[in-house]
Design a protein around this ligand. Structure first.
Ligand code: ADP
Length: 402
């Protein structure tokens, strides 16, 4: 059975086609610069252990055209992997915001689309692009069941004490202002993999998962259920990120508006696109910052100090939330690849039972691996995330249950 996973953004569509019998990706690709100059499709196919990539530089006016070209590539005589769109049993859509309405993976109907439209004010940038992807996939793959996998759904198990903000109740009851949390698919995937590695039932396993990519979030998971997470009403709070500030005093926003006369749109841009690692060091890519730090650059050093200090603070907070922690998991681009960040985020946490093994931490293995000392009460793991596979698995589960 084949499942197509789609992540539709405002000017891009990422896709991956899975053969579910083997849990293997047959193709992966990216349509980029939709509606802009220089639009193109990067399409990669995996055959017999080899990968080959084709790049098509073609005008792509909108998402409809983009997905039509993808369907053609999937059926292409040279780089294709299917003969007819009907071979695709289901399309799993990565969907950013499900609000409180969607707490699990959901088969898409007209009613579901209507409810998702009602949620647009909560995610004005992401949900319209996700809906666009859903609308065109329904036209191009009409035989396939369309399934929505929400980034927020995994965190719907948080208790009110964790998700409510201490502002008057009506802002929650009338306007839905609460913490929702994001990156749920990744936190779920790596926490399940960690429990499996530990050989424990998910229901008995407590894990802290640190997803450190361009966006960063950290989650406390008790018995397979998210009980707290660092992102909130939006993906802005919590850890310091590539270009997002993470936690700041909200009074700064008021100050920027009143004292500096900054329009709200500029403040939004400042905190989401010009802050974080970029704002402090001038680079958003951690590799560049690590290279500068190694040659003694003070701004790069400060950015790394702030970045790892914030992670450490959240780990400490989530040890307190969980009481007992079986594993601390690092994942995503930085979490999987930066020994420096892992080392400095865990330094000084030995009394909390977190003891890193310096040599294991430096290993350049790409696989799931343990990087704590043999006597560390909390296992520290590096678990490569695979959000697309998790979306495909959840899509499969949704269509086989119905
Ligand atoms: P996204 O959130 O866009 O999916 P990724 O999970 O790919 O992001 O993570 C991107 C981040 O990972 C970038 O800051 C990049 O510098 C960092 N990264 C990737 N490889 C390495 C590496 N070898 N060492 C340090 N950082 C890395």
């Amino acid at each position: 059975m084949k499942i197509l996973v789609i992540n539709s953004g405002s000017s891009s569509i990422k896709y991956q086609l899975f053969e579910m019998d083997k849990k293997a990706a047959l193709t992966t690709g990216l349509v980029e610069r939709i509606g802009l100059d220089g639009s193109r499709i990067k399409h990669k196919i995996f055959r017999n252990g080899d990968a080959a990539e084709v790049i098509k530089e073609i005008p792509i006016k909108n998402h409809q055209q983009g997905l039509e070209r993808v369907a053609e590539l999937l059926m292409d005589s040279e780089v294709g992997v299917i003969e007819s769109p009907a071979e695709i049993a289901a399309v799993g859509h990565r969907t950013v915001h499900g609000g409180e309405r969607f707490n699990s993976t959901t088969i898409i109907t007209d009613e579901v689309v209507a409810k998702m439209r009602e949620l647009i004010p909560l995610a004005p940038l992401h949900n319209p692009a996700n809906l666009e992807g859903i609308e065109v996939a329904r036209q191009i793959f009409p035989q396939a069941t369309q399934v929505a996998v929400f980034d927020t759904a995994f965190h719907q198990t948080m208790p009110a004490a964790a998700y409510r903000y201490a502002i008057p109740n009506n802002y929650y009851t009338e306007h839905g202002i609460r913490a929702y949390g994001f990156h749920g698919t990744s936190h779920l995937f790596v926490s399940k993999a960690a429990a499996e590695y530990l050989g424990k039932p998910v229901a008995d396993t407590n894990v802290i998962t640190a997803h450190l990519g361009n966006g960063c979030s950290i989650t406390a998971i008790r018995g397979g259920r998210s009980v707290d997470t660092s992102m909130g009403f939006s993906p802005l709070p919590g850890l310091m990120m590539g270009t997002r500030s993470g936690d700041i005093d909200p009074a700064i926003i008021y100050y920027l508006g009143t004292k500096l006369g900054m329009p709200l749109a500029d403040i939004d841009k400042l905190l989401n696109k010009q802050s974080g690692l970029l704002g402090v060091s001038g680079n958003s890519d951690l590799r560049d910052i690590e290279a500068r730090q190694a040659s003694g650059d003070a701004e790069a050093q400060l950015a790394l100090d702030m970045y790892t200090y914030r992670i450490k603070k959240y780990i400490g907070a989530y040890v307190a939330v969980l009481g007992r922690v079986d594993a601390l998991v690092f994942t995503a681009g930085v979490g999987e690849n930066s020994p420096y960040v892992r080392q400095h985020s865990c330094a000084g946490l030995e009394n909390m039972g977190i003891k890193l093994d310096a040599a294991k931490n430096r290993s350049d293995s790409r696989a799931l691996r343990e990087i704590s000392t043999a006597d560390s009460p909390v296992k520290v793991l590096v678990v490569p995330t695979n959000e697309e596979l998790e979306i495909a698995n959840q899509t499969l589960a949704a269509i086989t249950q119905n």
